[in-house]
Ligand binder design. Structure first.
Ligand SMILES: C[S@@+](CC[C@H](N)C(=O)[O-])C[C@H]1O[C@@H](n2cnc3c(N)ncnc32)[C@H](O)[C@@H]1O
Length: 276
């Protein structure tokens, strides 16, 4: 079979997604090391083993397994993170948290950053890589997600990143320095909305999605428990869900001096920031 024929087979099988062409080219590049341009310019043959492998991946994809888990990695900012079952797939909209964090520390030497609910580590590790003089503490509760966090920390040999296995609802601060910046992309989906999520999203861990009955449990926890871990004048930035920005501002208003809601290109409230 030629690579071109196999590619066409993939396109047909992936026609149920909006981006079958993109997904097929990802599988070809990452799994077979064959680039889309080469399908046209070179008459490449594929082995039976390669055909079987691609067919098994397409089968998984049709069953709803996210492409990112199939590939085992996903790009975020200018890095690539290991992902798989048990860890949230990094999303492009979360990159804004990194930009805000880097901007907030541009005049601070040796800043201390906390990334709560760190998952793969995409937020905190990206900040750590871009600011080697910083110290970034990343907090994650779930076993599987924590494994990925450690694996991604090792991948980039980040000696200024410190994964902490903990539940942010019950963490004791004892010997941590105060943070200049506290970041979080916590679970923020309302419990009742979880069953109606897209099939692929339901393959991601519920513990990464479920923010309680109104979706705001984690913000309330951060407000009541974590503000004391932030230095005076410190900066906070959180991702949030559609329509949650004002409610989160209301939670944080009593103990913060400024509050800001940032909307994305679809005019959805995506990020809230505070100064304390
Ligand atoms: C929405 S995901 C965000 C992951 C990552 N920061 C990102 O942006 O891709 C939330 C993360 O919070 C973790 N988590 C859930 N409950 C937690 C808790 N009580 N303490 C610490 N982490 C928790 C989940 O395991 C998950 O990795």
């Amino acid at each position: 079979m030629t690579a071109n024929e196999l590619y066409r087979f993939c396109l047909k099988e992936l026609s149920f997604t909006d981006c079958g062409d993109f997904e097929a080219s990802c599988i070809f590049e990452d799994i077979l090391n064959i680039y889309k341009n080469d399908l046209i310019t070179k008459n490449l043959q594929v082995t039976n083993q390669q055909v079987d492998l691609v067919k098994s991946l397409i089968y998984q994809r049709k069953k709803g397994r996210p492409l990112q888990y199939i590939l085992g990695k996903w790009d975020f900012y200018d890095m690539s993170f290991f992902v798989g079952e048990g860890v949230l797939i990094p999303r492009p909209e979360t990159e804004m948290l990194v930009d805000l964090a880097l901007d907030s520390i541009k005049n601070i030497q040796n800043p201390i950053i906390f990334d709560l609910c760190a998952g793969s580590g995409c937020v905190g590790l990206t900040v750590a890589k871009h600011r080697p003089d910083s110290k970034v503490y990343l907090f994650e509760k779930e076993d599987k997600a924590y494994e990925y966090l450690e694996k991604n920390t090792e991948k980039y040999s980040l000696t200024n990143a410190y994964p902490q296995k903990c539940d942010i609802f019950s963490f004791g601060f004892s010997d941590l320095p105060q943070a200049d910046v506290l970041l979080s992309n916590p679970p923020y989906i309302k419990t009742e909305e979880i069953p109606s999520l897209q099939r692929e999203v339901l393959n991601e861990p519920v513990s990464a999605l479920d923010g309680g009955s109104d979706g705001l449990d984690f913000y309330r926890c951060i407000y009541s428990k974590w503000l004391k871990a932030v230095a005076a004048g410190g900066f906070l930035a959180f991702e949030c869900g559609d329509g949650q920005g004002q409610e989160i501002c209301n939670i944080f208003k009593p103990k913060t001096v400024s509050q800001k809601i940032i909307f994305d290109f679809n005019n959805i409230d995506r990020i809230v920031t505070f100064r304390i």
